[in-house]
Design a protein around this ligand. Sequence first.
Ligand SMILES: Cc1cc2nc3c(=O)[nH]c(=O)nc-3n(C[C@H](O)[C@H](O)[C@H](O)COP(=O)(O)O)c2cc1C
Length: 197
Amino acid sequence: MTQVHIVYAHPGAGGFTRDVLDAFRGGLADAGHAATVSDLDAMNFRAEITAEEYERESGYRADAPVPDDVAAEQARLNAADVWAFIYPVWWADCPARLKGWFDRVWTVGFAYRPLRVRVARQALALCTAGYSVAELEASGVHQAMRSVMLTDRIGERAQSSEFVVLGGSVLAGDSPEQWAQLRATHLARAAELARSL
Ligand SMILES: Cc1cc2nc3c(=O)[nH]c(=O)nc-3n(C[C@H](O)[C@H](O)[C@H](O)COP(=O)(O)O)c2cc1C
């Protein structure tokens, strides 16, 4: 059994990204994996770093305490073998709340200087996007997002990492049949990724 921690960032109750989360969780259940979820919007997770947090981070005070909500997120990551980040692409990156999650949770003395997080076996970024992967690659945005997420944010904190974009909702959205087909393909892929962990 694999213990998976999902960090989910989307404000809506419905929508395609929520369906991806549900399909992924379904795949985890099929494979007998256990999951915890940080639903950042449901938790109203604060994205902005405070002046006090900034002083700790910029002063490299690795042994100073961190806020309770940050400590809770760090404990959930330490308890998991695999991390999955599920979110929509917004302006060529993750939603601000997830960016703020990295600003606040990747603290000195946990994520670096020194790295004390229990290194994950695998980290997976699974995002939905309006553009297709081919369009995101042609503009260079896919490579940029992948590099920021996997090289910088995950880096040595996981033994392996993968960046998967389930794209094309905008163009396919013009045709209900085309979208139904693409949506089904994407949801099947999300479930398969979960089963294969
Ligand atoms: C504020 C905002 C910014 C977006 N920026 C991008 C973008 O930069 N690239 C892209 O491919 N899609 C972008 N989209 C489209 C979303 O990625 C797409 O609508 C989403 O993946 C669909 O999932 P949902 O139904 O769960 O919202 C954006 C959507 C919103 C609302």
